[in-house]
Write a protein that binds this ligand. Structure first.
Ligand code: F6R
Length: 242
C-alpha cells in the first residue's frame, strides 16, 4: 500500500480523475468499480468534464457500482444508483450494457449477488476500484466484524452506517441492510484507491493505515493490497504519525 497526500480536496479529486482517464486511455475496455458518496463526488465531476473535453472513448469500459442500500428505490436521490445516473451515466451517455449496478429492490438478493459476481468473473477482474471509508472503517458495505473472504453479499448495516447514511437522503430514512461487493473483490482488483478528505476522516484514516489489520476495521485491509493506494488531503492526513 502507498500513501499519497494532496494539499486540497480539489487536488486529490483531480488526481483521482486522472487515474481513471489514464486507465481508459491505455485500456478503453477496462473494468472500473466505483463507490458513491461525498468523497469521490468531485473526482467524478472532473472525470466527466475531462472525458468530454478530451473526447475520451468511454463507450467500451465496464462500470460496476460498489454497493446499494437494500430496499431503496433507484429514483430515491439518496440511492447509489441515483448518484451514478446523475453524475456519470447520463452525462457520459453510458449504455445499459456497460453498467452493472445492484438492484436493491430485487425479490432475490442472493441471485443479485450471484449476478454481480458473474459479471466480474466473466470480465476477468476489476482493473481499478475507487472506494471511500466510512466513519466506522467500512468499505462499501463491508461492515465492522464482517469477513475479509466474501464476494458480493447482503449485510446488516452497522449503527454508524445507518446514522451517517442519513446525510444522503432528504428526510429520515429507514436503512437496515446493504448489498455490496466483498473484500475478496477488492483484494482481487488490479488497483485500489481509497480516498478520503476533511478533518472528520482523520481518525479513521489513521486507524486504516497505522492500525492492526482487522476485520473489525475493514479499511485496514488496504494495507495488504500490493497495488493499493490511500489518497487523502492534508486534513484527512492530519493525525498520521509521519
Ligand atoms: C458508498 C460506499 C461507502 C462510502 C463511505 C464514505 O458507495 O461504498 O462505503 O464510500 O461510507 O462515504 P462518504 O464518501 O460520503 O464519506
Amino acid at each position: 500500500m502507498q500513501l499519497k497526500k494532496f494539499t486540497s480536496y480539489k487536488e486529490l479529486s483531480e488526481a483521482t480523475a486522472i487515474e481513471m482517464l489514464t486507465l481508459l486511455r491505455q485500456k478503453p475496455n477496462a473494468v472500473i468499480c466505483l463507490a458513491s458518496g461525498d468523497s469521490p463526488r468531485l473526482s467524478y465531476q472532473f472525470f466527466v468534464e475531462q472525458a468530454i473535453n478530451e473526447k475520451t472513448d468511454v463507450s467500451k469500459f465496464t462500470f460496476i457500482g460498489l454497493d446499494e442500500w437494500v430496499g431503496i428505490s433507484p429514483v430515491n436521490e439518496g440511492s447509489c444508483c441515483y448518484f451514478f445516473e446523475n453524475l456519470l451515466i447520463n452525462p457520459l451517455n453510458l449504455s445499459a450494457a456497460q453498467v452493472s449496478l445492484f438492484d436493491a429492490l430485487s425479490g432475490n438478493l442472493d441471485e443479485e449477488c450471484k449476478r454481480m459476481d458473474k459479471v466480474i468473473m466473466e470480465k476477468g477482474s476489476i482493473d481499478l476500484m475507487i472506494v471511500g471509508i466510512g466513519m466506522n472503517g467500512h468499505i462499501g458495505f463491508n461492515e465492522p466484524g464482517g469477513s475479509f473472504d466474501k464476494y458480493s453479499h447482503v449485510t446488516d448495516l452497522d449503527e454508524t452506517t445507518i446514522l451517517v447514511g442519513q446525510k444522503y437522503f432528504k428526510g429520515a430514512t429507514k436503512l437496515k441492510q446493504g448489498i455490496t461487493l466483498g473484500l475478496k473483490h477488492l483484494m482481487n482488483s488490479k488497483k485500489v484507491i481509497l480516498i478520503a478528505n476533511g478533518n472528520k476522516k482523520a481518525p479513521v484514516i489513521k486507524r486504516a493505515i497505522e492500525g492492526a489489520v482487522s476485520n473489525f476495521f475493514p479499511a485496514t485491509i488496504i494495507q495488504q493490497h500490493s497495488n493499493g493506494y490511500v489518497m487523502i488531503d492534508e486534513e484527512a492526513a492530519s493525525l498520521l504519525s509521519n
